[in-house]
Design a protein around this ligand. Structure first.
Ligand code: M6R
Length: 364
């Protein structure tokens, strides 16, 4: 069942390029995003004036990347809400809102309840789901399936990255039908997205290097993962993955916020994992890395190949294959998943079944 892999998590990470390539083929026609197979009406995508993404855990982190792309290309207000908090914060939601519920299982009770609340207020709803026919899928006006296949490991990998890829396609379809992208721009965007599976394959091929990097953080009690913009959202997911499977306390921080408090915690005992995949933000990220280095932190840098700063002594790096900046979150996510995986398996933990956690969370 595990195809010769010691854990489902490793098998599921290895499946990612194939899963994403297949999804991108299934949901496009001549390089234009096409959701007619799943009967998602364009009217649902054109009639809204704002978008609210609701989800938990990794699905919420995928939503944060989705929000980034939506704001950039659709120019409409987009919020991401932690499903478990949503109903208690008097959300502004009405018939002009499109609610997007994101869930691997489609059974997470917090997400389901938040969706029901938004629907009662008149919002249109779209679900991004992996498990066919699940409760959230049934509750929504329309469903886009990630079709990642069964995900057995508690730590989400292929479901999460397929959500990222699906968000990119959804943004392209919305931009196309709403008039933000021309046909040519839409096709160029999708063609570039189709280069992502190869980039992820290259990351997976570099797994031994990441295994080596894992050795640098395995004995840490606390670590920080830092990044700016999209890289911050990737750090959040990388950090959740590390906590979940390796039991190391890991905090994701927006690099620019470090100096507003947490820098006080940085010493030679707190390794820092930095992510740098966004050209515009590189010089600022490099100065944040200097800040933590000068407090003694051991730095590991995951950077886009083209952007990799000159290597310094004692500073471990991993080059992420180049794709368009907006899609770098996919190869970067795969790299941080491998990092968490190797820390956990080298500690001898049951990677697939972290303590205290369940795959499907049906309690509020
Ligand atoms: O099934 P869902 O996508 O709704 O689950 C949401 C979270 O419980 C889930 O992503 C959780 O955070 C994962 N264990 C993370 O790896």
């Amino acid at each position: 069942e595990k195809d010769g892999f010691p854990f489902y998590m490793e098998k599921e990470m290895a499946e990612q390029p194939r899963v994403i390539a297949r999804m991108l083929e299934e949901k496009t026609t001549e390089d234009l995003p096409d959701f007619s197979g799943e009967q998602v009406p364009d009217s649902l995508l054109t009639s809204c004036e704002s978008v609210c993404i609701i989800a938990c855990g990794s699905a919420m982190h995928a939503g944060l990347a989705g929000q980034f792309l939506m704001k950039k290309f659709l120019h409409i207000p987009v919020s991401v809400e932690m499903a478990s908090e949503y109903m208690y914060t008097d959300p502004v939601v009405d018939e002009k809102t499109l609610v997007i519920a994101v869930s691997q299982s489609g059974e997470t009770i917090d997400t389901l309840e938040a969706l029901k609340y938004a629907k009662q207020k008149g919002a249109g709803s779209l679900a991004v789901i992996n498990v066919k026919g699940s409760s959230i899928a049934r509750e929504s006006d329309a469903v886009l399936y990630t079709n990642a296949g069964p995900e057995i490991a508690v730590a989400s990998t292929k479901a999460y990255t397929s959500q990222l890829a699906l968000f990119a396609l959804l943004v392209a379809r919305m931009a196309y039908v709403r008039g933000d992208f021309t046909e040519t721009e839409t096709r160029d965007f999708v063609r570039e997205l189709k280069r992502v599976p190869d980039a992820m394959e290259k990351v997976l091929a570099g797994k031994e290097k990441i295994h080596h990097i894992a050795g640098r953080i395995i004995s840490a009690k606390d670590i920080f993962m830092i990044g700016r913009g999209l890289d911050y959202f990737i750090a959040m997911e990388g950090s959740l993955k590390l906590k979940e499977v390796s039991y190391i306390h890991s905090e994701a921080y927006a690099s620019g916020e470090l100096k507003h408090g947490p820098l006080a915690l940085i010493t030679e005992h707190t390794p820092v994992v930095a992510v740098a995949t966004q050209k515009q933000l590189l010089s600022k990220e490099v100065s944040n890395i200097r800040e933590v280095r000068s407090r003694g932190a051991d730095v590991v840098l995951f950077a886009k190949e083209q952007l990799m700063p000159e290597e310094e002594e004692g500073y471990l790096t991993f080059e992420l294959p180049d794709v368009r900046d907006e899609f770098m979150c996919l190869p970067a996510a795969a790299a941080l998943q491998l990092l968490a995986y190797y820390v956990s398996s080298d500690k001898g933990y049951d990677v697939d079944k972290p303590r205290n956690l369940a795959k499907v969370v049906t309690v509020e």
